[in-house]
Ligand binder design. Structure first.
Ligand code: CP
Length: 308
């Protein structure tokens, strides 16, 4: 990593990604690799928004490394409820832990937290901003199925509010990847993300229908419409359920198409897709453990002054 914190996929060079994913591959192949290598370390889990995968896979990764975890608990049960600021919260928690995993509803929260503490902060999702550790496991899944070059990737669904989309699209600019974005007009990529992709020289096309582009794709990355981020419930209802795939949809796809989803899904991937050879979203979620073991190993070593 170029920095001690992991806040955004813009920090991830191709070399960084390959180094982390090489280590994740070793860990996945050998369950004993890195086992108990961070005995005595403590990881703080600070989740101001719900999570299953990110929180539990970081916890599993930390325990496999021999580290302990401490959990801030829900907003309702913590002193955030009493009005404590994010800056004060993380300044206190840095005294209890060697690294902080932070999820927060406000874009920029992880950047702010990182400015107040010396221990590594890992952005586990900041509103509609970024989710870079998800991107590492997404790239690991793509790499294990297709490699990371000469790729055609379709990203479909909520491109406006989907932080996993913003991080993945950014990271793919480091690789030889053509990116197709499929969404309703109202949920297109934010202008800032489109600008960054353009600046990075990305090969990008935008669509409102999947059908025309589906046969070209190596990877179809489906996302949930992020209901909780819509300021107006009526706007959500206008687009809910529009971008749904099922096994019949995929009959037009290449046999080797990999279907991914950061999960949780609502109705955008029908259960009959689970039975096809295309479905990789549970494998993708499971990849969170070796990838986060590799990431934590790297950040904890660096924070401890043991950079390799
Ligand atoms: N993919 C993901 O971030 O899932 P959770 O919200 O369950 O952590």
């Amino acid at each position: 990593m170029r920095q001690d914190h992991l806040i955004s996929a813009t920090q991830l060079s191709r070399e960084d990604v390959e180094a982390t994913l090489d280590r994740a591959r070793e860990v996945a192949a050998d369950p004993g690799a890195l086992r108990d290598s961070h005995d005595g370390a403590v990881l703080a889990l600070c989740f101001f928004e719900p999570s299953t995968r990110t929180k539990m896979s970081f916890e599993s990764a930390a325990k496999r490394l021999g580290a302990e975890t401490i959990d801030m608990g829900s907003v309702e049960s913590s002193s955030v409820k009493k009005g404590e600021s994010l800056a004060d919260t993380v300044r206190v928690i840095e005294g209890y832990a060697d690294a902080i995993v932070l999820r927060h509803p406000s874009e920029g929260a992880a950047t702010l937290a990182s400015e107040f503490v010396d221990v590594p902060v890992i952005n586990a999702g900041d509103g509609a901003g970024q989710h870079p550790s998800q991107t590492l496991l997404d790239l690991h899944t793509i790499r294990e199925n297709h490699g990371l070059d000469d790729l055609t990737v379709g990203i479909m669904g909520d491109l406006k509010y989907g932080r996993t989309v913003h991080s993945l699209a950014t990271a793919l600019t480091e690789f030889d990847a053509r990116q197709h974005f499929i969404s309703p007009e109202s949920l297109k990529l934010p202008r800032s993300v489109r600008f960054d992709l353009h600046e990075a020289g990305a090969q990008v096309r935008e669509h409102t229908e999947l059908e025309a582009v589906l046969p070209e794709l190596d990877v179809l990355y489906v996302t949930r419409i992020q209901r909780e981020r819509f300021p107006d419930e009526n706007e959500y209802r206008k687009v809910a359920g529009q971008y749904r795939i099922d096994a019949e949809t995929l009959e037009a796809a290449d046999d080797d198409l990999t279907v991914m989803h950061p999960l949780p899904r609502v109705d955008e991937i029908a259960p009959d897709v689970d039975e096809t050879d295309h479905a990789r979203y549970f494998e993708q979620a499971h990849n969170g453990v070796p990838v986060r073991m590799a990431l934590l190993d790297e950040l904890l070593l660096r924070a401890g002054g043991d950079e390799e």
